[in-house]
Design a protein around this ligand. Structure first.
Ligand code: MG
Ligand code: ZN
Length: 202
């Protein structure tokens, strides 16, 4: 099994900071058709989302269930279902004791991807992480995945390092899907250095 790991805010849905109001959940541009492509290629779709608002006392873990439900509803018209929804409730800056820790699941750490791989039988080396900031890229690389950065302006610091260099940059999820479909269709690329897959290395 292989998977597309998807960041939620700013990648799969429009970015509304710390939002848990289901009414404000809107798929990002071209997300539905992009997910259809991933499904047609045989990938599982797994959301991996930092939700430090829980540690910060802005909302509770229970508030995420309606969010996940609304997300699923938004995808019905595309005939797409998500295979997993993982979140990290922690933050070292948190105020709620049990969540106010440095954990191994908050991106850029890879804990959510590693756990999902175990629970879903996913081959991480055949999987991709897609997100809109370099912490997503780093989490993906730490897990052993290839990565695509959605270059939509949400990354502002650009602290680059080898672990934070994506295989490709894409304007939106649909462009990312087309890139991954092309990489799948060119199996010989797998033997080449990963940076040669895309033209996006800075
Ligand atoms: Mg994001
Ligand atoms: Zn965590």
């Amino acid at each position: 099994m292989r998977a597309i790991f998807l960041d939620k805010d700013g990648t799969l849905v429009e970015n509304v900071p710390y939002n848990v109001n289901p009414a404000l959940i809107r798929l990002s541009w071209n997300a539905g058709p992009a997910l259809q492509i991933f499904k047609s290629l045989g990938y599982k779709l797994i959301v991996v989302s930092n939700q430090s608002g829980i540690a910060k006392g802005l909302f509770t873990e229970n508030a995420l269930q309606p969010v996940e439900h609304r997300l699923a509803e938004r995808l019905v018209q595309y005939g797409v279902t998500l295979d997993g929804f993982y979140y990290c409730p922690h933050s070292p800056d948190g105020v709620i004791g049990r969540y106010a820790i440095s954990c191994t699941c908050r991106k850029p750490m890879p804990g959510m991807l590693l756990r999902a791989a175990k629970e879903h039988g996913i081959d991480l080396s055949q999987s991709w992480m897609i997100g809109d900031i370099l912490h997503d890229v780093e989490a993906g690389r730490r897990a052993g995945c290839r990565t695509v950065l959605i270059d939509n302006g949400n990354e502002t610091e650009w602290k680059l390092s080898p672990l934070r260099t994506p295989d490709a940059k894409a304007a939106d999820l649909h462009e990312a899907a087309r890139f991954i479909a092309a990489a799948d269709a060119a199996p010989f690329d797998r033997d080449m250095p990963r940076d040669s897959l895309g033209g996006a290395a800075p």
